[in-house]
Design a protein around this ligand. Structure first.
Ligand code: B3K
Ligand code: ZN
Length: 895
């Protein structure tokens, strides 16, 4: 590893002189002194220049090392900054290495660590080197066998990758198990679990008729929350068989839930380890959103078995090769699952749009700010200081958008052919993004050279659309232009290949059939235009009256669309756009315009007003009997504050919050009767089931309740109180709590206390309780300042700085999802942030770094706010012994 602060460069990739063919690991598990014996068959790599065996190691105590059974000669083994180098002359040698590690003291949650008495591992990206010395890089793929031994009473279950070979008793109350993984894998996919767990099991047949055993391992008390994860796993298996012809390749597939985990989940071969948040769900404790998240994370990790594990990354710069592709696959899966549950083709289309909307909301509020700040990087970065900082929205979400554009360009069949070719060429290999796109090009005879710029250029492109109607020639000329603003290290940008799906809406609201100049007849009502130049025009003919363009349908590319539309046009598209995504987007654009105008009125001390045209368009959606409730809920929900701050120049959280509160209240009050009527008729009868149609109704119903609570009339608060008390499931109970938190002091305090009392022993539900308070807006002057709340809640016995879920719920929400409170004018929010980042960094740099990122976009704010943030950034920068993780983030922010 290069010394602190030196970037690792993509261009510096070199294969290692020696790789490893087989690994035999033996773990004698002990909380303070685990012994790891590793036997590595090291093999000279013919494709690499000659050199020593390179092994990485981090925080290890080396107990012994032998080479082909003998002690090394003097000077044969050298200690380096990053591990060991060993000179050997033979083409094959057997190394035996014994290391001692302390899992109970490992609070980084990387490598081998303890959680609630059990042992768990997390090796991606560079955690394996915290277990033993190893060429810990994804391009070293080996066959692993593993023996585990541990105390039988505290750790009755011993798991690792692949197939179980043998178990047995040992003296001293200990026992062991031996596992073998038949597939080659890189070390980042290694896993072990030794803990007191129980499994829900199911046996199913794969598409070729092989019976496989599926297990979901949890603590005994959580067994009644595992059914949904198991169903999700079975659905994922079926989907990958049907859509991509990909089958599970092992006889056993395990999911293990652990309470202390840095991210969502990890795709270790055959032994996925999950944050409990993405496994456990039952109606009493999980909301519809939790059920949805469990399904998509289970699917994501399962899909990695092919896209990530069977074919993996050559180096960590290629991360989007597996992550962008796998996010794309889980998004397609979710859309298909929702569509399948719909009762008509129109409902299925709207259901797909709901998934798409959720994806795009995430991209706009999570990835766009990243692309506009100091951490901007291409989906395939060129350099990093700490790889853990590059598991980003850009690599994941924008990466998925890039794959989705390939689908748009190549069509369903062409895309599938490209995937088939990819597996036929690269199964069992560690490859690059060029290899993937190369297969897509080869399978389709397509030229994707320009398309590859999406892998190398950072920043969100702006797409400008301008249309001119010419009545005399009955033609409409659409001009599309692109421009990507400069980002750090990339002052100049080249034009990208952008697929732009467009439609033209006639005056009656119906889509027009499209005929481009030179075509003999019209066909289709949506066309994909391939913009490859800085600017280009298309001429549509046979158009009788000026149409309304609907550009970037389905969000066909991850760009910011700049188009001039007056209020009337936005209202028209909100009512008529045949593309449900763009219909939603019209409402978002209208809301953005209204809220930003209110914010500038608030800043200038002028009265804030809701334009009539907006009120009418909003109400028409609210009362629509034909639209799917899940879709309506999306169209009536305001854009996120994070996204709006990105659109506001300069960003100023206080007036923006004033605008958001005012708009919500005004709408709630003006349409109270309609909100109430919808609320009443959307009640879902019968027992809770997780079903998209029911979930859609509950979503819209809870949204109505929030608008009513914002207005604050007595009926509204009574309704929320009744729903809170009589709720039959968490979606309703939590939905009511959210509404009650918007109301006056006594109702708010009582409801929060009642919720706490009911769930005080339930970690995951308490996370919601922490999150809600950390993110609460001040609807009235009686509401407490969030900073006081957050500080107070840190003293709650259920809170712990060493549990990432708690940190994310309380601190993460306050830093990242409560702008007006966090950016308070006295700077106290920033001082608290600096204090917490430095404290967290001592134990868990990955979590600290995530918190540190909350202020990276500081240059978008007003000069006064920037001056205050700079002080906090400098304070963290001056702290002693910062991790490389936090150093990189703060360094880039201040650069
Ligand atoms: N591959 C893991 C992420 C590992 C993060 C390491 N810091 C989860 C996933 O994307 O499926
Ligand atoms: Zn992933």
């Amino acid at each position: 590893m290069p010394p602190h602060g030196t970037p690792v460069l993509r261009s510096a990739y070199q294969p290692l002189a020696y790789t490893v063919s087989t690994v035999d690991l033996d773990f004698s598990l002990d909380p303070q002194a685990t012994l790891v014996t590793s036997r590595l068959q090291c093999v000279r790599n013919e494709d690499a220049p000659a050199g020593p065996i390179v092994l990485f190691g981090d925080a290890l105590e080396l107990v012994s090392l032998t080479i082909d059974g003998a002690a090394p000669a003097a000077g044969q083994v050298r200690e380096t900054e990053s591990g060991l180098e060993i000179d050997v002359s033979a083409d094959e040698v057997m190394l035996e290495i014994v290391t001692r590690i302390n899992p109970s003291a490992n609070l980084t949650l990387s490598g081998l660590y303890q959680s609630r008495g059990g042992y768990y591992t997390q090796c991606e990206a560079e955690g394996f080197r915290r277990i033993t010395y190893f060429p810990d890089r994804p391009d070293v793929m080996a066959r692993f066998t593993v023996r585990l031994e541990a105390d039988a009473a505290t750790c009755p279950v011993l798991l690792s990758n692949g197939n179980l070979l043998e178990t047995g008793e040992l003296p001293g109350g200990r026992h062991f198990a031996r596992w073998e993984d038949p597939f080659l894998k890189p070390s980042y996919l290694f896993a072990l679990v030794a803990a007191d767990l129980k499994a829900l099991e199911r046996r199913v047949d794969t598409m070729s008729g092989r019976e496989v055993l599926l297990q979901v391992w949890v603590e005994a008390r959580d067994l009644d929350r595992t059914g949904h994860a198991m169903d999700s796993l079975v659905h994922s298996m079926r989907w990958d068989e049907e859509v991509f012809g990909l089958e599970l390749d092992l006889d056993r597939f395990m999911i293990v839930a652990v309470s202390d985990f840095n991210m969502g989940a990890m795709e270790n071969k055959g032994l996925n380890i999950f944050n409990t948040k993405y496994v456990l769900a039952n109606p009493e404790t999980g909301t519809d959103l939790d059920f949805e998240n469990v399904e998509s994370v289970v699917a994501h990790e399962y899909f990695h078995n092919w896209t990530g594990n069977r074919v993996t990354c050559r180096d960590w710069f290629q991360l989007t090769l597996k992550e962008g592709l796998t996010v794309f696959r889980d998004q397609q899966f979710t859309a298909d699952m929702l569509a399948r549950a719909s009762d008509s083709p129109a409902a299925a289309e709207s259901a797909r749009a709901v998934t798409r909307i959720a994806n795009v909301r995430g991209l706009r509020s999570g990835q766009f700010p990243e692309d506009a700040g100091p951490m901007a990087h291409p989906i395939r970065p060129d350099s990093y200081q700490e790889i853990n900082n590059f598991y980003t929205a850009t690599v994941y979400q924008k990466g998925a958008e890039v794959i989705r554009m390939l689908l748009t360009l190549l069509g369903r069949e062409g895309f599938r052919n490209g995937m088939d070719l990819y597996f036929s060429y690269h199964d069992g290999q560690a490859v690059t993004c060029d290899d993937f796109v190369g297969c897509m090009a080869e399978a389709n005879g397509a030229d994707l050279d320009q398309f590859m710029r999406w892998y190398s250029q950072a920043g969100t492109p702006h797409l400008k659309a301008e249309g001119v109607y010419d009545a005399a020639s009955r033609s409409y000329t659409l001009t599309l232009s692109q421009h990507t603003p400069p980002t750090a290290g990339q002052p100049e940008k080249l034009p990208l290949h952008i697929p732009v799906a467009v439609g033209l809406i006639g005056p009656d609201g119906a889509d027009l059939p499209l005929q481009l100049e030179g075509e003999v007849r019209p066909s289709d009502t949506t066309r994909v235009l391939n913009l490859k130049e800085a600017s280009r025009s298309w001429c549509f003919t046979g158009i009788d009256a000026e149409p309304v363009p609907s550009i970037l349908r389905g969000f066909s590319a991850p760009v910011i669309l700049d188009i001039t539309e007056d209020n009337a046009r936005l209202a028209f598209r909100m009512a008529h756009d045949a593309d449900p995504f763009n219909r939603w987007d019209a409402s978002q654009r209208f809301m953005e315009r209204v809220v930003l105008a209110m914010a500038s009125d608030a800043a200038a001390g002028r009265p804030m007003e809701v334009p009539q045209a907006f009120g009418h368009a909003f109400r028409a959606l609210l009362v629509s009997e034909t639209l799917d409730p899940a879709f309506v809920a999306e169209t009536l929900a305001l854009p996120s504050e994070t996204y709006l701050l990105e659109r506001m120049q300069p960003a100023d959280p206080a007036p923006l919050r004033a605008g958001l509160i005012h708009l919500t209240r005004e709408l709630g009050q003006a349409m109270q009767a309609d909100f109430l009527a919808r609320y009443l008729d959307l009640e879902v009868e019968g027992d809770y089931r997780y079903h998209p149609l029911d979930a859609g109704k509950r979503a819209l119903r809870n949204l109505c309740l929030r608008y009513l609570a914002a207005w604050g009339g007595p009926t509204a608060i009574d309704l929320a109180g009744k729903q809170f008390e009589h709720a039959g499931n968490m979606t309703e109970r939590y939905g009511a709590l959210v509404a009650l938190v918007q109301s006056d002091a006594s109702r708010r305090i009582d409801a929060l206390a009642a919720f706490h009392e009911r769930y005080k022993d339930d970690a995951l539900v308490l996370d919601k309780w922490f999150q809600l308070q950390a993110g609460a807006w001040r609807w009235s002057d009686s509401a407490p300042a969030s900073l006081d709340q957050v500080r107070g809640l840190m003293a709650n016995p259920a809170f712990s700085l060493s549990n990432p879920n708690k940190v994310y719920s309380l601190l993460g929400t306050y830093f990242k999802a409560n702008a007006a409170e966090f950016h308070r004018p006295d700077g106290a929010g920033y001082a608290f942030w600096a204090e917490q980042v430095v404290a967290l960094d001592k134990s868990n740099p990955q979590v600290a770094s995530r918190m540190a990122r909350a202020l990276e976009g500081w240059r978008k704010f007003t000069p006064e706010i920037q001056a205050r943030i700079r002080l906090a950034l400098e304070k963290v920068a001056a702290a002693q012994d910062l991790s490389p993780d936090v150093t990189e983030i703060i360094g880039k922010a201040l650069a």
